[in-house]
Design a binder for this molecule. Sequence first.
Ligand SMILES: Cc1ncc(COP(=O)(O)O)c(C=O)c1O
Length: 306
Amino acid sequence: MNADSQFIWMDGKTVPYASAQIHVLSHSLHYGSAAFEGMRAYRLTSGKTGIFRAKEHYERFFNSIRVLGYHTRWTTEQLVEATRALITVNGFQQCYVRPIAFIDDAVRGLRLPKEPKASVTIATWDWGKYMGDDGHKNGVRVGVSTLRRPDVATSLPWAKLSGNYLVSVLSRLEATQNGFDEAILLDPNGYVAEGSGENIFVVKNRIISTPPTAHILPGITRDSVIQIARDLGYTVREENIIRNQLYLADEVFFSGTAVEVTPIREIDHRPIGASKPGPVCKTISEAFFSAVHGDSPRYSAWVTSV
Ligand SMILES: Cc1ncc(COP(=O)(O)O)c(C=O)c1O
């Protein structure tokens, strides 16, 4: 067993990693009925540790819980506080943070209890570059998936629900089996939606476009990138993008908590732009990393000190 951290937070208790267990008949294990989040804490230039956009992540967490109709006894403030304490007790200077809300009741079919009470746990682990150091530096190779983002009538794309992630898991598997680093999924209408776990930006003639929010998870990094890009004077449009535009773009890049800002150098074996990180992605990426490390007074409210 690889103990990623010493402790995990479980509904108010800080328990040793090996004891952080739930029952095999948990409803959420069987039916994907859990809501989760993912955020990163960074080592700040000041030497302290800061959680990036903790409040927004926990607000989305509670929205996901609300969408499922669950109840919890926790508030955003309490979970931010619990996260700060957990990072400290685990001794991390930087890490990934994974809260999850799930139904621990033993399975008796699909039916949920009348007022489903979600258990909440928070784990932390050390997570380097999601797509490897080379991918982040030189750009990743991606393929358009045969799987699509589900229709909005049958999924709840704004919520981070475990069940939603089966499509992500399978599309990433397909992409890596085909020799790519990551997948791009189209929406049910054939427009570009997002990566398996990240949002996407396309640059053409210095105009930045990104898909509208109907079929995607509206990422908190996406929001940060849009704000940063506009503050830098770029025009950012939320608009439908077709596959053809991907191939003809000057630059394409991903955004997300795991992937941070990662350039894409190749899509479906076609080089994108000069097949290396482009100037727009580089400029935004620099501003993003300066913000997460607490170096930008303009975005200081995004960082919660541990
Ligand atoms: C499907 C999907 N899209 C986009 C994102 C990016 O969201 P964020 O920037 O909030 O991490 C994620 C990651 O959480 C994701 O899983």
